[in-house]
Design a protein around this ligand. Sequence first.
Ligand code: KG4
Ligand code: ZN
Length: 339
Amino acid sequence: MSKPAYILAFESSCDDTSVAIVDTDYNVLCNLISSQKEHQDYGGVLPELASRLHLKNILRLTEAAYIKTGLSKDDISAVAVSINPGLIGSLIVGLSFAKSYAWSLGLPLITVNHMLAHIFANFITHKDIKAPFLALVVSGGHTELVHFEDMLKFTVVGKTLDDAAGETFDKTAKILGLGFPGGPIIDELAKKGNPKAFDFPRGLNKKGNYNFSYSGTKTAIYNHILSMDPDEREARLHDLAASVQQAIIDPLINKSISWARVNGIKDILLAGGVAANSALREQLGQKAAKYGMKLHYPGLSLCMDNAAMVAAAAIPKYLTGHYSDLNVNAFSLKGTKLL
Ligand code: KG4
Ligand code: ZN
């Protein structure tokens, strides 16, 4: 067996700047993340501020990655970076840095789709997963079911027609005045609540429909919360959180299991920020086991935006020589893609 090569990876698609060094056997030597707390006062991410902070952090993190691993520039075999989807100004910071780095050291540049990177975070935690598998990718802006025939050959078999699952968590928390991002807050509150206390609608729940819709669910949640007086909201906060969470995760669970059953898939990979949700992990895992399937998900820290997942998605490309030209550009179009 040949010695693994080291990939230096950058992630800057939203509000986390991250630099990682990962070897081609999916071992993470370092995965440094600088989360931009500066956006907290605004209830969301300010794109211009995000780009400026990436610019401030990226070199510092790269230097820290070498100090942490004891490696030098000469040990690196390729440079990987996520170039889509995301905030365009933020992506351009990471891409420009990666391009200069690759060009000045004469290294190949590997560009990666951020959603694909979320899926590949699973290989860091579970090195033995083999295609075919079904990936459920759920983040702040995405809700997709992706069928992989092969590591580099996949088809999106279901996606949201309007809002995303993570966004529904975030907007619910916002209207309740709970802070941002809402997912982890709702997850925690829901642990002490009754998921059947309030009945919110589940979008597109007809058998055989693998697309998602959260706009009706979101509106029903809003209207219900607005119809409650402040004392009642406070008193029922745990029940509200649990019922909202269940309305968001039910379609994710049912559609993934149903598609996997119909198509004879045995492995389901959960990915994206919402993959950190404890109820989703538990209930999807139980249902998968009931039908003889296995659910895989990354370690909690790998569910959030990070550069180790970018390196992981770059590994199959590195091994097959899928490199990018230095005139490649970043773009914000949504979806899981092979770039
Ligand atoms: O993948 P990610 O870090 O960023 C995007 O690419 O969007 O995902 C962020 C999303 C946010 O909507 C956040 O509320 C959600 O992931 N999230 C969670 C949990 N942790 C993060 N949603 C539900 N439960 C959680 N524990
Ligand atoms: Zn993400």
